[in-house]
Write a protein that binds this ligand. Structure first.
Ligand SMILES: CC(C)(C)S(=O)(=O)N[C@@H](Cc1ccccc1)C(=O)N[C@@H](Cc1c[nH]c[nH+]1)C(=O)N[C@@H](CC1CCCCC1)C(O)(O)C(F)(F)C(=O)NCCN1CCOCC1
Length: 322
């Protein structure tokens, strides 16, 4: 089988993308996240007050995995926790009949406030799943054997609805060749390495290793690269109150690329203007990874590409131009 689900920007800045998923008998809007491996949802186990504005999963006690719990925290300090159920999950017509559904009993304030997001669907390796006493599989791992091809493809778009394809490559969604590289899945993520970066048409050799992460809005790279980029943007500065580099909204932003598998993967300058700030300037889509030791190739990087995540005998990542 194969199937496709839309990925709809949650706001005008593409802060996150939401996809409809049937969980049990409810349709929820989940953030598909290649940066984590838990499928968790707002649920009837939560206080009614924290469910306002959300669709949520009506738990069926008969489906509970007794004694199983989960607790996750994310890079931005948000988090959630709860109990585990085995239930039907359908994404774009692809059905997992007994998927581990992590029903929230508590979520951090940021999730309660963000009324569009009814939970997350993790697409990293199942080794990062937080369920105890026994780790559970991601949706992708659960359905892998029934997929026509062992892959999913990510087609996020700039200020427009894109899609997640499961089990097939949609030729109408890209142009030119697909360039494949081996994925480093040793840390539980879809890891890639670049051998150079370019700002405008000036290219610099450097090793940039990072993870593909649909659940992260921006593109985080090492500080020297960030400094070199904004040196080319008139009026840009590091603004600690805004938490990153900002620039005049009228600025012309150079393209940025990472050379992966010998091919330049270009991020158009236009995509690097993330959003206006409360201070009247604009916030950059490229920011420093604060020395966490690896780069995070988030939505700003992904939204100009069609990215195939293939879990074959050797995990591979394929990049093609949208
Ligand atoms: C709010 C914002 C200014 C637009 S933002 O740029 O911060 N965007 C947030 C996402 C967001 C958008 C809209 C509303 C609310 C939250 C963002 O990019 N958050 C990153 C923070 C970050 C990481 N690095 C640099 N910044 C994050 O935590 N992303 C995780 C998913 C998020 C969580 C909050 C809700 C939206 C989805 C993530 O999963 O992609 C992750 F990889 F960063 C992460 O934290 N993965 C958890 C990995 N653990 C490892 C141990 O085992 C368990 C799993």
């Amino acid at each position: 089988t194969n199937g496709s689900a839309p990925a709809v920007p949650s706001d005008q800045y593409d802060s996150l993308y939401l996809s409809p998923v049937t969980v049990g008998s409810s349709t929820l809007h989940l953030d598909f996240d290649t940066g984590s491996s838990d499928l968790w949802v707002f649920s009837s186990l939560q206080a009614q007050s924290s469910l306002v504005g959300h669709d949520y999963y009506m738990v069926d006690p008969a489906k509970e995995k007794q004694g199983y719990t989960w607790k996750i925290s994310y890079g931005d300090g948000s988090g959630a926790s709860g109990k585990v159920y085995a239930d039907k999950v359908v994404v774009g017509g692809v059905t997992a009949t007994a998927q581990a559904v992590e029903a929230a009993t508590a979520v951090s304030a940021q999730f309660t406030q963000d009324v569009d997001t009814d939970g997350l669907l993790g697409l990293a390796m199942s080794t990062l799943n937080t369920v105890k006493p026994q780790q559970q599989k991601t949706f992708f791992d659960t359905v892998l054997k029934q997929l026509a091809q062992p892959l999913f493809a990510v087609d996020l778009k700039y200020h427009a609805a894109g899609s997640y394809d499961f089990g097939f490559i949609d030729k109408s969604k890209y142009t030119g060749a697909i360039n494949y590289v081996n994925a480093d899945t040793s840390k539980g993520w879809w890891g890639v390495s670049a051998t150079a970066y370019s700002i405008g048409n000036a290219s610099t050799s450097a090793t940039v290793s990072g993870i593909l992460d649909t659940g992260t809005t921006l593109l985080y790279v090492d500080t020297p690269i960030v400094k070199a980029y904004y040196a080319k943007v008139k009026g840009s500065k590091m603004d600690n109150t805004q938490g990153g580099y900002v620039f005049p909204c009228s600025a012309t932003l150079p393209d940025f690329s990472l050379t992966i598998g010998g091919v330049k993967q270009i991020v158009p300058g236009k995509h690097i203007n993330y959003s206006p700030t409360s201070a009247g300037n604009c916030f950059g889509g490229i920011q420093t990874n604060d020395g966490i030791g690896f780069s995070i190739l988030g939505d700003i990087f992904l939204k100009s590409k069609y990215v195939i995540h293939e879990m074959g005998s050797t995990p591979r990542i394929g990049f093609a131009q949208q």
